[in-house]
Design a protein around this ligand. Structure first.
Ligand SMILES: Cc1cc2nc3c(=O)[nH]c(=O)nc-3n(C[C@H](O)[C@H](O)[C@H](O)COP(=O)(O)OP(=O)(O)OC[C@H]3O[C@@H](n4cnc5c(N)ncnc54)[C@H](O)[C@@H]3O)c2cc1C
Length: 401
């Protein structure tokens, strides 16, 4: 029986594995992808200091550190179910079952679908898929494309595509439809960007901060938002234009772009055809908690964290004894925060398995490091993260007292 099975070899899972192996726990890390590193593998961005965050390098270093400690990392294995047994867990994979005293679920995040007419055509992909094809598989996604959806993630990935030499016409909102929600509402998109403006390295998001002072000013800013968009790295970002439809017979040939009012309403007669051969849709991220739910782990909806998250405390414990969570499954944040949360989970598991107090100081230091990393994060996907975190921890206290 394993001391711990860790599901997910992203920054959270690898960091936890390293802590556990440093203290001689018997650890197995499982990931369904063929490489370890999780979403780190696609990341490349410039920090405000001018330094580059190279996710592949980070993933390689973390993997090597874990491997140097003889960590059992099994790739290409999918976990489809976790079963509670008398005093242990059975982790069911597509290649057999692994029994474990404890389980850490570090499965990360998934992209929200954002359907628009024509989105099933060949050449339409999620922004994350474009990131993986470009930065992980080194495949050029097309000759000229457009990004539908303006948020922190799409801005970061659009820049990565540009750096890889992929030609992007612009970024624009999705046109309002029954499922598009706030992502199609220029004022709400602007508000989200403005609240995180101080964190962003990009010229575009800093541009938004000029209007951060008052709602009235934000409204005015949108009224006057230039029709040609603002430019980030020479690429127009449109908050007053939206993509209504993707056109083509069996693959993407063009998109229909329309002008929109500050409330997202389409301006009649403003249709314009833009020729592109690929479209990236950016609907945002949500925590991937699907393995924790059937296990009986209670969830809470927390908008600041990106959706439904398993209830947990600051030590990354869930109310189920022996089940831990870390990384984006607990809320959408940057890779650096996920890594620090993984360390916390590692020390929590250690103190549970060894049933001693020896690791308490290290656990406290790791929790402090999560808070500091969060405060200094360059990429913050949602405003008010700290409030969201606090509320989830309070839910844990209520449930377990
Ligand atoms: C498309 C996308 C792009 C992102 N881009 C950025 C970015 O540019 N910058 C940034 O800071 N953050 C980005 N993020 C956020 C990113 O999730 C975090 O930065 C960080 O990687 C989260 O770490 P994690 O360990 O929680 O999860 P991840 O890094 O997502 O790792 C989770 C791992 O779990 C594995 N897994 C999931 N379910 C199973 C299962 N059932 N069985 C086996 N294995 C499983 C996955 O294959 C994955 O490797 C992005 C997220 C997504 C989804």
């Amino acid at each position: 029986m394993k001391d711990v099975v860790i599901i997910g070899a992203g920054p959270a899972g690898l960091a936890a594995a390293t802590v556990c192996r440093q203290h001689d726990l018997d650890v197995t890390v499982i990931d369904e992808f063929s490489k370890s590193g999780g979403r780190l593998l696609g990341q490349l961005h410039e920090e405000p200091t001018g330094e580059w965050w190279n996710g592949i390098k980070e993933a390689t270093e973390m993997t090597e550190e874990a491997k140097a400690l003889h960590t059992d990392i099994r790739l290409g294995l999918s976990v489809h179910h976790i079963e509670k047994r008398a005093d242990s867990y059975a982790v069911h994979t597509n290649k057999g079952t692994i029994p474990a005293k404890t389980v850490l679920i570090a499965t990360g995040a998934a992209e929200s679908a954002a359907p628009i007419p024509g989105w099933t055509l060949r050449g339409v992909m999620s922004i994350g898929a474009a990131q993986v094809m470009t930065n992980v598989h080194r495949v050029k996604v097309g000759e000229k494309g457009i990004v539908v959806g303006v948020n922190v993630l799409s801005a970061a990935i659009a820049r990565e595509l540009q750096l890889a030499g992929v030609d992007l016409h612009s970024m624009a909102l999705p046109a309002m439809n029954v499922v598009s929600g706030d992502e199609a509402h220029p004022k709400k998109v602007m508000e989200k960007l403005v609240r995180i403006a101080h964190l962003a390295p990009s010229a575009f998001i800093k541009f938004g901060s000029k209007f951060a002072k008052a709602a009235f000013v934000r409204h005015i800013a949108l009224q006057f938002f230039p029709k040609s968009g603002v430019k980030m790295w020479d690429m127009p970002i449109h908050l007053r234009k939206a993509i209504k439809e993707i056109n083509g017979s069996d693959k993407v040939e063009s998109v229909t772009m329309v002008d929109v009012k500050p409330n997202g309403e389409i301006v009649p007669g403003s249709e314009e055809i833009i020729e592109v051969d690929f479209v990236c849709i950016a609907g945002g991220l949500y925590p991937l908690g699907e393995l924790a739910a059937p296990l009986g782990c209670p969830f809470v909806y927390q908008e600041e964290l990106g959706g439904h998250v398993p209830i947990h405390n600051e030590k990354m414990e869930t109310p189920l004894e022996g089940v831990y969570v870390a990384g984006n499954i607990t809320g959408i944040e940057s890779a650096k925060v996920a890594r620090e949360q993984g360390k916390v989970a590692g020390y929590s598991i250690l103190s549970y398995i060894k049933q001693d107090q020896a690791s308490q100081a290290e656990l406290a230091a790791a929790m402090e490091s999560v808070r500091e990393t969060r405060d200094q994060a360059t990429i913050q996907f949602h405003p008010h993260i700290q409030t969201g975190r606090q509320q989830v921890h309070e839910s844990f206290e209520k449930l377990t007292k």
